[in-house]
Design a protein around this ligand. Sequence first.
Ligand code: SAM
Length: 275
Amino acid sequence: MNSPDSTGKPGFVLPAKKALGQHFLHERHYIDNIVLAVNPKPGDTLVEIGPGQGAITFPLLRKHGSLTAIEFDRDLIAPLTEAAKGVGDLTIIHRDVLSVDFTDLAAGGKLRLVGNLPYNLSSPILFHALDHAAAITDMHFMLQKEVVDRMAAGPGSKVYGRLSVMLQAYCDVTPLFVVPPGAFRPPPKVDSAVVRMVPKAPSQIAVRDPKRLEAVVRAAFGQRRKTLRNALSSVCDTDMIEAAGIRPESRAEQIEVADFIALANLPYGDAVEQP
Ligand code: SAM
C-alpha cells in the first residue's frame, strides 16, 4: 500500500460502488478549492463525511494534521488507515453517517463538517446535520448543483421550495463553485456544486416550533400553484395568514422565509390540523 503522494492522490484505487453513491473526485483544482474554502484553523475539529479514497481527506490532513472521517464502506477502512500513516492523525468512524450523533462527537465543542456527499442521501444528511446545528460551526458540502440551487434559492425563483425555506430558516447558505462531471471517477450524469452552510446562532433563529414550520411549509409547497388560502387550508385559516402579514391570494413561491416563520409562530388551535 502506498501513502498518498504530495499531490493528494490516494494511495489506493478500488472500483466505485454505485449503491453507495461513490464518485471519486480526482481533479486537483477542485480539491484545492475545497481545501481553500474550508481553510482549517488551529484548534478546528474537522469531520469528513464519506472520505472514499481520500481525495479531500489527505490534503486536509496534510494541512491540518488531524481529521475524523465517517465512512460506511467497509472495504475503504483498512486502505484509508494505512494510507494515513505518516500523513496525520486520521480517526475513522465506520458507520452510516445518519447514525452518528454529531452532538456527542463534538463533546462540548464544535465540528466543521466537510464532504463530497453520496447524492442519494444528500437531503437526509443535511437534515441530520441540522438536528445537531448547535454542535456545528459550518459545513462545506459537494452536492448535485440542482440541489444547491434549490437550497440557496429565494422567493420568485422556480426552484425556491421546501428545501430552501427549511434550510435558510436555520442556516446561511452560500453556493461557492460548480464542479463538472469530468472531475469525478466515474463521472456523475449532472453538474455538482460546493456549498457552504453556516448554522445561525440560537438567538438569530426565530422558529418557535420546528415541526409546525415543517407542516406549514410542506402544505404551502405541496400545492405550489394554488393560492395560500387554499394550499394552507389544512394547517391554518385565512385570518392567520393575514395576521402574519401575508396576502392569502399569494403563492408559496412568493413568500419570504421570515414570513413563513412568522406564520408558523402564530398560536394555532383545534380548528386546524396539528403537525
Ligand atoms: N470524498 C470522496 C471523494 O471526494 O472522492 C468520496 C465521495 S463519494 C461521492 C461519497 C462517499 O460517501 C463514498 O466514500 C461512500 O462510500 C460514502 N458513503 C455512502 N453512504 C454513506 C453513509 N451512509 N455513511 C457514510 N458514508 C457513506
